[in-house]
Design a protein around this ligand. Structure first.
Ligand code: ZN
Length: 292
């Protein structure tokens, strides 16, 4: 997205380096992401918006789609693979080839609205995956849990009239994008965290607001918008989570998936901008997805 932008290629290298250092790289299977199709994107995005992303993709230089969100010559392909990764992951867990998949993708997706790019996001990867699970696999209950430090505004707006999706988002408040704190929709369960909140506060809120709803809902598939920018070492926010908190929430979500969804979990990377904290947290999350 340009020099000095926090949403940088080194984010994925940080995760892969840590995966190798942890020894987990020998255990997990790595699969290349296919491109999402237009039809898959248009389940959650307006066709005119999808067309405009294709039309505006530059052959060199940068084009700004939003004050924070720039497109370079390779952005369109990366964005199509990010969404395609989640679609393919849904197919893999639904076909029982894998129980859990982590999509190490960028650009992220959860701020992307039906008709616009926003906050480093072009296509709403997790929403494209959830819509695929409903349309192509006929699921009736899909849970999306978003623990990125920012509200998943795009995901919420896309599914606000879709009760087959239970959407749970936790976020620092007040904070960018300044949405979600007044949501009053039965299948959307938001948790607001004041600046300075630590892991104990996060866990207390999750236990109070999310867990019983997830167990009542009995999802057939659990999707995770896994952002790691709530980490104490991440300057992007003022929430103070640490690796044990990411392990804890992952284990709680895995319990839900094991109980109702045949263990099926697809997690996709959202934010996380301190490279060291991102690598450690994402790998701790992957380790917990593996049941360790
Ligand atoms: Zn974020």
């Amino acid at each position: 997205m340009g020099h000095g932008h926090p949403e940088q290629p080194a984010r994925l290298s940080a995760i892969f380096d840590r995966l190798i250092a942890s020894g987990l790289e020998m255990i997990v299977r790595q699969i290349d992401a296919p491109l999402a199709t237009r039809a898959q994107l248009e389940r959650v995005h307006e066709p005119h918006y999808v067309q405009s992303v294709f039309d505006r993709a530059p052959t060199d230089g940068l084009v700004m789609l939003d004050p924070d969100t720039a497109m370079g010559p390779h952005t369109l392909a990366a964005a199509l693979r990010s969404a395609g990764a989640v679609v393919h992951a849904v197919d893999l867990v639904m076909n029982r080839e894998f129980q859990a998949v982590f999509c190490a993708v960028r650009p992220p997706g959860h701020h992307a609205e039906r008709d616009r790019a926003m906050g480093f996001c072009f296509f709403n990867n997790v929403a494209v995956g959830a819509a695929h699970a409903l349309a192509a696999h006929g699921l009736e209950r899909v849970a999306i849990v978003d623990f990125d430090v920012h509200h998943g505004n795009g995901t919420e707006h896309i599914f606000e009239t879709e009760p087959r999706v239970l959407f749970c988002s936790s976020f620092q408040h007040p904070f960018y994008p300044f949405t979600g704190h007044e949501t009053d929709t039965p299948h959307i369960v938001n948790i607001t965290l004041p600046a300075g909140s630590d892991g104990a506060r996060f866990r207390e809120e999750v236990e109070r607001h999310w867990l019983h709803r997830l167990h009542e809902f009995q999802p057939q598939l659990v999707l995770i918008s896994a952002g790691f920018d709530a980490h104490a070492e991440d300057d992007m926010s003022h929430v103070r989570l640490r690796e044990p908190d990411y392990i804890w929430i992952t284990r709680e979500l895995k319990k839900v998936a094991d109980q109702y969804a045949g263990g099926r979990i697809v997690s996709t990377l959202e934010g996380g901008y301190n490279l060291s904290a991102l690598g450690r947290s994402a790998v701790a999350h992957i380790d917990a997805l593996l049941g360790h």
